[in-house]
Design a protein around this ligand. Structure first.
Ligand SMILES: NC(=O)c1ccc[n+]([C@@H]2O[C@H](COP(=O)([O-])OP(=O)(O)OC[C@H]3O[C@@H](n4cnc5c(N)ncnc54)[C@H](OP(=O)(O)O)[C@@H]3O)[C@@H](O)[C@H]2O)c1
Length: 361
């Protein structure tokens, strides 16, 4: 309240019309007083809201809710951060292990407050969540490939959320293939289901966002490979079953809406997806968009995929088996309701032509 009245007061004082003579009567000390007052006010704002004064963040509403975004330098968290950072009802804090990374510095330059947190460290999580209203949590199995570590990281944040009275934790969760379809060995799904169980057990108010596979994988970790016929093979072992996908860099808006409409979405498990096509259908869209290239669906089975030998291959093979059962559905209608502009696969390809052309030369 005091802050608000000061905000009104300062510009009024500064813009009050001074006649030339009266202005000349203004002493340097008055100007100095105003400048010092401004500086103190800005410092007070920084301390109170932990807001950087690089621009618009300063103008967040007085009742703005602080949201700590984990994974803010990565795909999911980065997208969530982008979707929320210009909403004056929120103040985002971007969590990263390294505040000196290029991405972290970019965020700072954009006026986002970047905070150093390692979710492996319980104390660091507790400090990070002090005074926050909400949290977006994504844990990264592939960083360590050790299930117990991911589970512990998730629990550290949940404990910190409970201790700090966090009112809304949006957790990026996944279903258990073991529980849902009797399929064992998909650790990066099981870990997230166990973290979810812990959230419920601890009674932290939550919403789960359960992401389908990213379109982006097709231009990063799952780039179509050229065969002897010069065709680009999408090597995803789904057979003729549809694969649900979405654009991760676009999906952050869904989480933004979940924070905005918290009364409606607290306690829900939301299955995010924006497309559900067979690999052949994805390939046909790519061929349509790049007529001088032919994309085809691969014939690899999950068993063959598991033997590729790269870290996490076995995990992913079980994941594809799980997807193919049809028991890992995603709610495209609800996703689109929360974010009507969410990109279809074709729109995403069109937007990323250059990236795709570079990935599939
Ligand atoms: N790829 C898919 O299609 C897909 C689909 C559904 C779900 N997922 C799940 O998505 C998760 C990965 O998310 P992503 O794609 O956003 O990953 P990403 O782009 O690789 O980003 C990982 C983020 O996690 C942060 N991070 C990692 N370890 C941390 C730690 N100890 N403390 C604090 N921050 C840490 C990193 O921050 P700093 O490096 O800056 O610290 C980075 O911002 C995986 O667990 C995967 O299972 C993936």
């Amino acid at each position: 309240m005091a802050q608000q009245s000061f905000r009104v007061f300062l510009p009024t004082v500064l813009s009050r019309p001074f006649g030339a003579n009266r202005y000349s009567l203004c002493t340097k000390s008055f100007t100095g007083f105003i400048k010092n007052t401004q500086r103190s006010y800005i410092r007070a704002c920084r301390l109170q809201n932990n807001v950087s004064f690089a621009g618009r963040r300063y103008f967040s509403g007085d009742n703005a809710k602080v949201i700590v975004v984990f994974g803010s330098t990565g795909q999911q968290g980065g997208s969530v951060l982008n979707a929320i950072k210009d909403d004056k009802n929120f103040i985002v804090k971007a969590a990263t292990r390294n505040t000196d990374s290029t991405r972290a510095k970019q965020l700072t330059a954009e006026g986002v407050q970047v905070i150093q947190v390692d979710i492996s460290d319980a104390a660091s999580c507790r400090d990070a969540l002090k005074g926050a209203y909400g949290v977006f949590l994504v844990t990264n199995f592939f960083d360590t490939l050790v299930p117990e570590r991911e589970i512990q990281q998730g629990k550290n944040v949940v404990d910190a959320a409970k201790e700090n009275g966090i009112q809304h934790l949006v957790f990026s969760g996944l279903r258990s293939p073991k529980e849902v379809a009797g399929l064992e060995g998909c650790h990066h799904f099981e870990t997230k289901k166990l973290i979810y169980d812990y959230i419920v057990e601890q009674g932290v108010p939550y919403t789960v966002v359960d992401y389908a596979m990213y379109y982006e994988n097709l231009s990063s970790t799952m780039i179509p490979r050229k065969n002897e016929k010069n065709e680009y093979v999408i090597d995803i072992p789904m057979g003729s079953a549809p694969l649900d996908m979405l654009c991760v860099s676009d999906a952050g808006e869904v989480t933004h809406q979940i924070f905005v409409q918290q009364d409606k979405y607290k306690g829900q498990w939301i299955k995010l997806g924006s497309e559900s096509l067979t690999i052949e259908e994805y390939a046909n869209i790519l061929t349509k968009k790049f007529p001088n290239r032919k994309f085809v669906a691969g014939k690899t089975t999950p068993e063959q995929y598991a033997k590729y030998g790269f870290p996490g291959a076995e995990d992913l093979a079980v994941m594809f088996k799980f997807y193919a059962t049809g028991k890992c559905d995603h709610d495209i209608e609800l996703t689109r309701k929360l974010h009507p502009g969410i990109l279809t696969f074709e729109q995403w390809v069109e937007k990323n032509r250059a990236v795709f052309e570079a990935a599939c030369p």
